[in-house]
Design a protein around this ligand. Structure first.
Ligand SMILES: Cc1cc2nc3c(=O)[nH]c(=O)nc-3n(C[C@H](O)[C@H](O)[C@H](O)COP(=O)(O)O)c2cc1C
Length: 193
């Protein structure tokens, strides 16, 4: 069985193929440039995410491998993430806008998360692999990119072509091959009347 087949979620009810197949890989091909068409589609999918009052309290920073911005983003990742995420074709910073016209946006993080979810699903459908991270220094990244309140980086997403599992360091290979798990839906549904 190939790695891609092995990673497909073992679901208790049928879900869209693309949702079952998406996983957060730590294997990136450090030679292939980002597929620009697929990246544009993923950003477009994020653009069309729903948001409260259609406020769209999200911004994105696209940092292609080899660019000055990429270097800045990589410098703020925790060491473990740096090792596997830096080779990805691009790192995309997901930035929340927590205030609009002086008024707080209580759903900013929720809405940004939906945009990120749209991004991951579209990217996967187009052959790009994604992995979201909070393991980075958010204040250092904001300073490095000149992002100021009410904007704040919430996550960084590695995006790119899949690398070779056999070439990965042991710690990464082990995680990549570990079973994918979730608690049962019944443990997440508080009331099912
Ligand atoms: C908001 C967010 C932050 C995450 N931060 C990290 C991280 O810093 N490093 C990492 O290796 N994985 C990180 N992950 C990946 C999760 O560990 C992963 O999504 C989870 O284990 C489920 O695995 P799957 O996405 O392959 O289904 C993050 C995921 C999300 C959604």
């Amino acid at each position: 069985m190939s790695l891609i087949e092995d990673r497909v979620a073992d679901t208790d009810a049928p879900v869209l193929d693309i949702l079952a197949a998406r996983w957060s890989t730590r294997l990136y091909d450090e030679t292939s440039p980002i597929d620009e068409d697929a990246l544009a589609s993923a950003l477009e999918a994020a653009r069309w995410a729903p948001s409260a009052f259609n406020l769209q309290p999200w911004r994105f920073v696209v940092a292609r491998r080899g660019s000055a911005t990429h270097e800045k983003v990589v410098a703020t990742l925790v060491d473990f993430n740096k090792a596997w995420a830096a080779p990805a074709g691009a790192l995309v910073v997901f930035v929340a806008q927590t205030e609009i016209d002086g008024k707080p946006v209580p759903t900013a993080l929720y809405d940004l998360g939906q945009a990120a979810a749209h991004f991951t699903v579209q990217a996967h459908a187009d052959g790009l692999y994604t992995h979201q991270m909070t393991g980075f220094d958010a204040s250092a990244l904001a300073a490095a990119l000149g992002i100021e309140s009410p904007f704040a980086p919430l996550t960084v997403m590695a995006v790119g072509d899949l690398g070779d599992v056999d070439a990965a360091p042991a710690a990464v290979r082990e995680r990549e091959l570990a079973p994918r798990t979730r608690r049962p839906v019944t443990e997440s549904v508080l009331i099912d009347d």
